[in-house]
Design a protein around this ligand. Structure first.
Ligand code: NAD
Length: 468
């Protein structure tokens, strides 16, 4: 499939050098993209700026109707989009793969359409009448990563539109096809210029982030790029939501039954092959059940098929790109060399495609790069602890703070411990469960601002106070 890398003012643009989008499972390219360049980036912002007054002037109810129609479009085209997503991203059609991602995108869109921005009354008496209104900001720039491209795009786009903003979205050069196709399809219900998209080389990113007509940037990606985006946004004082990297810790208390928690731990860590911002990336297990948890995880992994995502029985696919594949391989090799014990996996599966097996490593410790760095792949370090305070201290020791979890039969105690984790979301006996009605975001170097629910929606508006 060949797609345009620019949808501007309602229409796909032609031209641009052709980029082959790699299929991470190997073989033929996933598709071809005519890359957007600087002129397209500027035109996309201009189109969004021009469309803003009329879109903002529509009633919130009218916008909600159109956002709901976007959900209809996603549902009607889910299978086509899921296949495209599998081709470029690698995730399987089944399991928590492409169909799941498209289902989530539709569900998030529908839920967002049901939200309202309230008018608050601070005082209403003979002395004063003071009301607080939420107004749209203008042009919102959405920049997305390659791990959940469709769903994360929807997380940015739909609340921005509902709140009355217009949008330019820029998907990752690794996974632009599903987003560009979705944006094309959504033009059937959205007025021209309300939702624009540009995809191509990373170089168009800075053109967009520095543009004076962009009012807000919603960025999801690495901490390093997030920091560059923030610097670029500073001269024109843009608002920011930064959803950045994490290195989530999970702490398993000695009262757990290893067999009972293995599945939850497995999917907490391995969802999307570990390429998930709020996946469990460091597992701390009490000495008394350490071997039991390790064995239960290895047993569970044995039943999970890693294969080409287009095969209906694959449950995990390849790593998405060569850079990430090499990073995971390097971290595992370094851990082996530093005394970690391989429980399963640990060697690339084949030379065709970026297939890497589920890899669990025991006897891991702080100071190993596999523990201290975000691996963003299917390799989980398991760290033995005896003193809970020490485990908590290690969990909180890194500069990132996206998610965390406590696993225990005593949920009240686990909740108290979860309160001590330095992160935006902490779960008890699960990890990474997100919902469209619950705010989600990071602390420390995992970013700031939240998405989802009314908390997330409000970030796409500014307060306007009227004293009358
Ligand atoms: P990345 O930072 O390399 O790229 C993210 C996006 O930024 C891409 O679209 C890329 O083209 C663009 N970009 C690159 N340089 C830019 C620049 N100078 N200016 C503007 N845009 C630029 O991240 P990635 O490798 O695609 O994604 C993986 C990372 O994303 C991981 O660290 C992961 O934890 C994080 N992530 C965080 C969340 C969250 O909600 N906190 C969700 C998903 C992924």
């Amino acid at each position: 499939m060949q797609l345009s890398g620019a949808v501007i003012d309602g229409a796909p643009q032609s031209g641009g050098d052709l980029l082959e989008i790699v299929n991470p499972a190997g073989g033929d390219a996933a598709g071809t993209l005519s890359a957007a360049g600087e002129a397209d980036a500027l035109a996309a912002v201009a189109a969004a700026r021009a469309a803003f007054p009329a879109w903002a002037a529509r009633s919130p109810e009218e916008r909600a109707v159109l956002v709901n129609r976007c959900a209809d479009i996603i549902e009607a085209n889910a299978e086509e989009l899921a296949r495209l997503l599998t081709l470029e991203q690698g995730k399987p059609l089944n399991g928590m793969g492409s169909r799941f991602e498209l289902g989530g995108a539709a569900a998030w869109t529908r839920y967002t359409a049901s939200l309202k921005l309230p008018v608050d009354t601070i005082q209403d008496d003979a002395q004063a009448h003071i009301t607080v209104h939420r107004k749209p900001l203008g042009v919102v720039l959405s920049i997305t990563p390659w791990n959940w491209p469709v769903m994360i795009g929807i997380w940015h786009i739909m609340p921005a539109l509902l709140a009355g903003n217009t949008v330019v979205t820029k998907p990752s050069p690794y996974t632009p096809l599903s987003t560009m196709r979705l944006v094309q399809l959504l033009q059937d219900v959205l007025p021209p210029g309300v939702l624009n998209a540009v995809a191509g080389h990373d170089a168009i990113g800075p053109v967009l982030t520095a543009h004076p007509d962009v009012a807000k940037i919603c960025f999801t990606g690495s901490t390093r790029t997030g920091s560059a985006v923030m610097a670029s946004a500073a001269p024109t004082l843009k608002r920011l939501t930064l959803e950045l990297g994490g290195n989530d810790a999970g702490i398993v208390l000695p009262d757990c039954d290893p067999a009972a928690i293995a599945e939850g731990l497995f999917w907490g860590a391995l969802i999307n092959n570990g390429q998930t911002c709020a996946a469990l990336k460091r597992l701390y297990v009490h000495d008394s059940i350490y071997d039991g948890v390790c064995n239960a995880l290895v047993d569970f992994a044995a039943g999970v098929k890693v294969g080409n995502g287009l095969e209906e029985d694959s449950i995990l696919g390849p790593i998405q790109n060569r850079m990430q594949f090499e990073k995971v391989s390097r971290l595992v090799e370094e851990a082996k060399g530093s005394g970690a014990r391989l429980l399963c996996g640990g060697e690339a599966i084949s030379n065709s495609g970026y297939f890497y097996p589920v890899t669990f490593m025991a006897n891991c410790e702080k100071g190993m790069a596999l523990v201290d760095e975000e691996q963003f792949g299917p390799a989980l370090p398991i760290i033995r602890y005896t003193d809970l305070d020490d485990a908590l201290e290690q969990a909180n020791a890194l500069d990132v703070g996206l998610g965390g979890s406590i696993w225990s039969a005593d949920t009240a105690r686990a909740r108290d411990l979860a309160m001590q984790l330095e992160c935006g979301s902490a779960w008890v006996n699960k990890h990474g469960a997100i919902r469209p009605d619950v705010p989600f975001g990071g602390v420390k170097a995992s970013g700031f601002g939240v998405e989802f629910g009314h908390y997330g929606l409000e970030e796409f508006s500014s307060l306007h106070v009227i004293h009358d």
